[in-house]
Write a protein that binds this ligand. Structure first.
Ligand SMILES: C[S@@+](CC[C@H](N)C(=O)[O-])C[C@H]1O[C@@H](n2cnc3c(N)ncnc32)[C@H](O)[C@@H]1O
Length: 298
């Protein structure tokens, strides 16, 4: 249940407990604050009033923390480029979901590693069945701000604990799985096993997921990336990238029936706020440092 004023007070008083989340779970605060900052900017890329509401509440809690990441978030010290990238990405994933719902208005969407994102509120067509899945510590926070209903549900579980699938499989589908900014934190074998299980449990489903370029997982590029995550963004030491692919079609080689549909990179966006950085978009290695792939799991 979303919080009443009294409950919210109690939540704030207990906030120290809730701040003790894992480094990977804390990355959900970063994307949330990016959505909120962008939503309050001129000509916003993303309109996400719920993110603004949540960050206003979280500020009251996080401002008591000495954690550098939380201090940066509360003080709005996130790089403009990061805010723009995260907002463009969220808008693009909303588009993927909307496109899916155009053909299948009563379809089932599972937002894997949903964080504190409010995609359901942004895309709800009145018919979709929508699951927000994340680690229990994140869902616990999410429950303070969002209400479940007969079409909107939380799954409080690691995506790697495949038991969650039985709950979703009760529906007829069709199914769309989206994983925005998630798989890079997992291991290669885990991502592979997850996708193969999705394929066998939900034949005909679609998967949209962000991937990292595995070239960047080799030294010295790996150290540069981890430096960026930990020293510049102040993410904890466990929030590191582990999984990547080299090419958009790579997952097709994992099993017959996995069919590449399309891909998307930030550089494909005509968003003016991207600014001068767009000029590097023609360099494949940069265009595909971190990008999105769309598959059908036949
Ligand atoms: C960078 S955040 C992205 C959140 C959201 N998708 C967005 O774009 O705003 C990464 C999210 O992945 C979640 N995550 C990481 N590992 C996970 C796992 N094994 N199972 C479920 N969620 C996981 C984290 O808890 C976090 O909420």
């Amino acid at each position: 249940m979303a919080l009443s004023k009294n409950n919210l007070k109690e939540y704030r008083e207990n906030a120290k407990l809730n701040l003790k989340i894992s480094d990977v779970a804390a990355t959900s605060f970063v994307t949330l604050y990016c959505h909120a900052i962008e939503s309050q900017s001129n000509d916003p890329i993303l309109n996400d009033p719920k993110a603004v509401e949540i960050t206003n509440e979280l500020n009251k809690i996080l401002s008591n923390s000495e954690n550098k990441l939380y201090q940066d978030l509360v003080n709005g010290k996130l790089k403009k480029e990061l805010v723009t990238h995260i907002a463009i990405r969220a808008r693009q994933y909303d588009r993927y979901v909307n496109d899916f719902l155009k053909d299948s208005p009563e379809g089932v969407v599972v937002n894997i590693g949903c964080g504190l994102d409010s995609r359901f509120l942004r895309i709800d067509n009145g018919k979709v069945i929508f699951y927000d899945l994340d680690l229990p510590e994140v869902i616990e926070i999410k429950k303070q701000f969002f209400e479940e209903n007969d079409r909107y549900h939380f799954i409080s579980s690691s995506v790697l604990d495949h038991e969650w699938m039985s709950m979703v499989a009760e529906h007829e589908g069709p199914f769309l799985f989206v994983a925005e900014g998630v798989f890079m934190y997992l291991n290669q074998e885990d991502v592979q096993s997850l996708i193969l299980t999705l394929q066998s449990e939900f034949p005909g489903s679609e998967l949209v997921c962000e991937v990292f370029n595995s070239l960047w997982l080799k030294e010295p590029l790996r150290s540069i990336m981890n430096f960026k995550l930990q020293r510049q963004l102040h993410l904890g030491k466990d929030a590191i990238f582990n999984f990547g692919i080299r090419d958009s079609k790579e997952m097709e080689t994992w099993n017959t029936g996995i069919e590449f549909l399309d891909d998307w990179s930030y550089f494909d966006s005509d968003e003016e706020k991207l600014g001068w950085i767009k000029i590097f978009g023609w360099i494949e290695f940069i265009r595909k440092t971190q990008w999105t792939v769309h598959y059908k799991l036949n």
